[in-house]
Design a protein around this ligand. Structure first.
Ligand code: NHW
Ligand code: EN5
Length: 358
């Protein structure tokens, strides 16, 4: 039994192995005590580890997600991640193939469910915690409500434990126990006519289409002198800039140069034009000399140049300082952030969060 200090007072509370202080809840168990065999699935199904480097497997994952992954609350839109995007998302430095988990129907070998983890170092205040980032949980629409998701979550948890990692970070549009913060999605129209035509946005009260198009017009090119795409040679400077910026947030990734090369260096081959709606996402925005507002306006301009229809952002970090002024409007979706097996004493404000997951 362990004695833990309640850091809000000088009291010490005996809780056995469970801590009420901020930090890990359950302590790690010896690796020899981690279950060695996968959890049982209903008998018609079997586990598969997905190799995204295989073109055929990547196509299967792509199709499962394209047809069955996250939708908005009116089921009008569904995420449609390209194969290149999925490969990038799932192959960061130090990734484990065993964390890319599929479920197949035994009869025809069809891929019917998927869940993934990738390793990350996440700083919570002044502790750097090895975590898994869990994402792309998906059960085929025809197999919903059969309690497949809890088995998949237990299985990914087991495989993460086998790598001696005991914490995880994840986001979801639904409320689960217990968010560390709840963020609001904001959207900036780049192609308002198309967004209205497809039902992503509505014509405002007392607005005509031509006034709306005028409202969202942007200059043809960025205003900031020297504004350019990041290159490989920029990795050391970007790492320094970003690490320094992220140090002010309560929860943020601990990126080294390898992580920055993987996560920040631009990769343009993803967005082939088959999707009906092209959405650009705000990721990590750091400005020292240039006002953040101007930098983000330039980001809108290049997103427009690259033919994106909408620019999405969350109210994390310092994003509130530009959202309204740059004509972003609140969306109908929220994003809840969670940590697994790590207690936060209080919920955070979105502006205290320095973490963006894919
Ligand atoms: S959030 C995106 C999740 N995916 C989708 O929304 C896609 C469309 N929906 C589906 O595919 C980003 C299904 O509806 C899913 C549920 C698969 C969502 N997280 O199988 P049942 C992520 O990928 C709980 C966690 O019958 P289903 C993050 C629900 O509360 N739990 O439902 C993923 C209920 O539990 P309860 C979720 O509809 C993080 C149970 O599932 C959830 O056929 C995962 C019902 O299961 C969600 N998004 O399939 C956790 N949605 O206890 C990682 C529903 O209330 C934890 N549920 O009965 C950490 C693990 C690693 C630890 C390492 C130390
Ligand atoms: C985590 N990696 O609800 C994955 N999106 O607002 C899980 N709404 O796009 C993420 N309903 O508001 C799950 N248009 C959480 C996200 C789930 C997807 C989701 C929302 C976020 C969204 C759009 C479309 C709504 C369609 C009808 C929306 C309004 C745009 C408008 C533009 C002009 C200014 C005001 C806002």
């Amino acid at each position: 039994n362990q004695l833990v200090k309640d850091d809000s007072s000088l009291e010490t509370i005996d809780l056995g192995d469970v801590s009420l202080a901020e930090g890990p809840i359950e302590p790690p168990t010896p690796l020899s005590e981690v279950k060695q065999e996968p959890y049982n699935l209903p008998t018609q199904y079997e586990w598969t580890t997905c190799d995204l480097d295989s073109e055929d497997t990547c196509t299967e994952v792509y199709n499962l997600l394209k047809n069955n992954y996250v939708e908005d609350d009116e089921n009008m839109f569904r995420f449609n991640y390209s194969k290149e995007f999925l490969r990038w998302a799932l192959h960061p430095p130090g990734y484990f193939r065993s964390w890319h988990i599929g479920v197949r129907a035994k009869t025809n070998k069809k891929l019917v469910a998927f869940i993934t983890g990738v390793p990350a170092r996440i700083r919570v205040r002044d502790e750097i915690v090895k975590m898994a980032e869990i994402n792309f949980l998906c059960v085929h629409k025809k197999l919903r409500s059969k309690r497949l998701a809890p088995v998949m979550i237990k299985e990914v948890t087991r495989r993460v434990h086998l790598e001696n990692i005991w914490q995880a970070a994840y986001t979801a549009g639904v409320v689960l126990p217990t968010p560390i913060t709840t963020c609001q999605y904001w959207h900036r129209s780049l192609n308002p006519k198309k967004l209205i035509d497809v039902g992503f946005s509505r014509l405002g009260a007392r607005m005509t289409m031509s006034r709306t198009i005028k409202l969202y017009k942007l200059p043809d090119s960025p205003a900031t002198p020297g504004f350019r795409k990041m290159e490989l040679r920029d990795v050391p400077a970007v790492t320094r800039l970003l690490r320094n910026y992220l140090s002010q947030f309560v929860v943020a990734p601990d990126f080294d140069e390898n992580d920055v090369e993987h996560w920040l260096l631009p990769e343009e081959k993803w967005w082939t034009t088959y999707s009906i709606l092209k959405a650009a996402y705000s990721y990590y925005n750091v400005s020292t000399k240039t006002p953040l507002l101007q930098l983000m306006n330039d980001a809108l301009i290049v997103a427009k140049q690259k033919d994106f229809d909408v620019f999405n952002a969350l109210d994390v970090m310092q994003n509130e300082s530009f959202l309204k002024e740059l004509k972003f409007g609140p969306g109908d979706g929220q994003l809840h952030y969670y940590l697994y097996n790590y207690r936060m004493r209080n919920a955070l404000k979105p502006s205290e969060l320095g973490l963006v997951l894919l």
